[in-house]
Design a binder for this molecule. Structure first.
Ligand code: GRE
Ligand code: ZN
Length: 331
């Protein structure tokens, strides 16, 4: 399919590229990966063209700003990274959009940086890599706590999507992976970590306070669609510690938007489509963690997706979500 729009597409700056070392294994792959994640020019653009991707909203590599312990440094690195993204977008305004990286260590600074990025630089929203560390390595702050309500007020007021992207559990808190490190990151742990964070947002009453928030999740919803009916069923019996007025499944269907990034599976897609409906699903590739070719080849030919669905999920829904009508026509 030509004309796809993708928005879990990653980049790194020179000062954040060290994160790539923790995510890719052997040296050959490391060298290729490092080149690809730093590239905001011809290699990425040619690959987008070859795979029928018209437009990509770029975001900083994980864990990015969320792994910086020093709050001042986090604020500075976020700002510099966002300026690099803005420059790339200015060179290729019809090819790239930008998601803000945010210093979540300081909710007010994060709100201020998002406001700057959206109002001054024309960014399309934020992408945050899960919980944030702060001051000490053994820390993990989730954004459902009261300290972040002011931040969410800003997100709601700016009316831009917030992409909750995975990161790995931190080593000091990962005893459940002892001896099984293979599943700690993208094969399984990313989805566990990110789904818990997403459900914490639901359980905190956040979407009662700010009912218009739009939260994006990748990987077809980090396994939540598959578990949602059971959750709703079981919560008839117990809601201990739950502060939402409605069920998590109500908020999930209303406030969440899922991309297919890195989860190019017909059965998983059918489940997400059944649970969420066609309006809430979007294309994305997760480049360069996934080759653009894999996502595009699957999406363009998938028998789980009929042609009208393909156009809606591959393009038209993103035009609506990011208000891109001035740039792109729906097809
Ligand atoms: C991702 O961005 O989704 C990702 C990583 C690291 C490894 C695999 C992966 O950040 O999909
Ligand atoms: Zn990703």
């Amino acid at each position: 399919m030509k004309g796809k729009i993708a928005f879990e597409e990653h980049m790194a700056t020179d000062e954040t590229v060290a994160d790539a070392k923790t995510t890719v294994g052997d040296f050959d792959q490391q060298a290729v990966f490092t080149r690809q994640i730093l590239d905001l020019g011809s290699e990425r653009l040619e690959r987008m063209d070859a795979n029928g991707i018209d437009y990509a909203i770029l975001s900083l590599i994980a864990p990015g700003i969320q792994g910086i312990l020093d709050t001042r440094k986090a604020i500075e690195v976020a700002r510099r990274s966002n300026d690099v993204l803005a420059e790339a977008e200015a060179l290729h305004p019809n090819k790239y959009g930008s998601f803000a990286a945010l210093p979540m260590q300081d909710p007010d600074a994060a709100a201020a940086e998002l406001t700057r990025c959206v109002k001054e630089l024309g960014f399309k929203g934020a992408l945050v890599n899960g919980f944030t560390q702060k001051d000490v390595a053994d820390s993990a702050i989730y954004y459902d706590i009261p300290e972040y309500r002011g931040f969410w007020a800003t997100v709601a007021e700016l009316d831009v999507p917030f992409y909750l992207h995975p990161r790995a559990q931190i080593a000091q808190r990962a005893q459940n992976y002892d001896g099984h490190k293979w599943m700690m990151t993208s094969p399984w742990g990313f989805a566990v970590e990110t789904s818990i964070h997403a459900l914490r947002l639901c359980g905190s009453g956040l979407f009662e306070d700010y009912p218009t928030l739009k939260i994006c999740l990748g990987h077809l919803g980090e396994n939540i669609p598959f578990g949602l009916d059971r959750m709703e069923e079981r919560m008839q019996f117990s809601r201990r510690g739950y502060d939402g007025k409605r069920l998590p499944s109500d908020y999930f269907r209303e406030n969440f938007h899922l991309t297919v990034s890195g989860n190019f599976s017909d059965p998983s897609f059918r489940c997400a489509l059944d649970i969420m409906g066609v309006d809430k699903l979007y294309f994305s590739s997760d480049y360069p963690f996934e080759p653009m070719e894999d996502g595009s080849r699957w999406f363009d030919a998938s028998v789980a997706v009929d042609d009208a669905t393909r156009r809606q999920v591959g393009r038209n829904n993103a035009i609506s979500l990011f208000k891109l009508e001035d740039k792109f026509a729906k097809t």
